[in-house]
Design a protein around this ligand. Structure first.
Ligand code: 6PG
Length: 227
């Protein structure tokens, strides 16, 4: 995988509209070619307008299979859970079969949830992985100074116990399992992401940069650190 490609949009709203269109097109192509679309969702706030824009764009919802790149270990139904966010903004409004929306378990500790989740991942590559980036260059729940799971011999799903971004307890797909995808899209909007993207472009060894080798970065002008 080579260097990432950077797609800059004037603002977050335009980015969300174009990205939702791109995701819907990729879904149609995957479904036409292989009968299913396996998509990994990003958590946090950035993807929310993209998910909202998808509500009016999807077509063959019956062939969509959704996973989460990471999850915050909080009680079920807590709004701050990434699965709860995706449900309230998007999934409760589209007819994707419930059995095809694979949430990371909430009612057990991180270790048990990580082991249980590894069992529901598809054997083949994902079609598309969506990821955010934190101000420290983290992605999913892979943080600087902690294990990222780059080696395919390590577990596909990691339990995280002292994440610097609350909550401390999380579950995350590993770097190698996130990379095992036909496409990876990073989403970054707002000036708060500029420093992390600048560090990535400078070649700093960050989780986002490692996972993002060969990825496409979707960003707005506010997040663009300049050439
Ligand atoms: C999480 C996310 C995390 C997120 C980044 C960016 O659980 O917090 O998985 O990796 O994508 O921290 O978050 P924002 O999009 O809210 O800035």
């Amino acid at each position: 995988r080579g260097a990432p490609s950077w797609h800059i949009h004037p603002d977050a709203e335009t980015l969300a509209r174009h990205l939702a269109r791109a995701i819907a097109r990729m879904a149609d192509a995957a479904i036409a070619a292989r009968g299913a679309f396996h998509l990994v969702l990003a958590g946090g706030n950035t993807p929310q307008p993209v998910y909202a824009a998808l509500v009016s764009r999807g077509r063959r919802w019956d062939a969509w299979h959704l996973y989460h790149g990471d999850e915050r270990c909080l009680p079920p139904q807590t709004l701050q859970r990434n699965s709860q966010m995706a449900a309230s903004v998007w999934l409760q409004q589209v007819p994707i079969p419930r059995a095809q929306i694979h949430d990371i378990p909430a009612e057990m500790g991180a270790e048990a949830a990580a082991a249980a989740y590894a069992a529901v991942l598809p054997p083949q590559r994902f079609d598309l992985v969506l990821l955010g980036i934190g101000e420290d260059g983290h992605t999913a729940s892979l943080f600087p100074g902690q294990p990222w799971g780059l080696d395919p011999a390590t577990p596909a799903v990691l339990s995280v116990h002292n994440a610097p971004k609350a909550p401390a307890e999380r579950v995350s797909l590993s770097a190698w399992r996130l990379q095992r995808s036909r496409e990876l899209f990073f989403l970054a909007t707002g000036s708060g992401k500029r420093d992390a993207l600048a560090a990535w472009r400078r070649g700093e060894d960050l989780p986002a940069a490692r996972v993002g080798a060969g990825a496409t970065v979707w960003l707005d002008e506010a997040a663009w650190p300049g050439s």
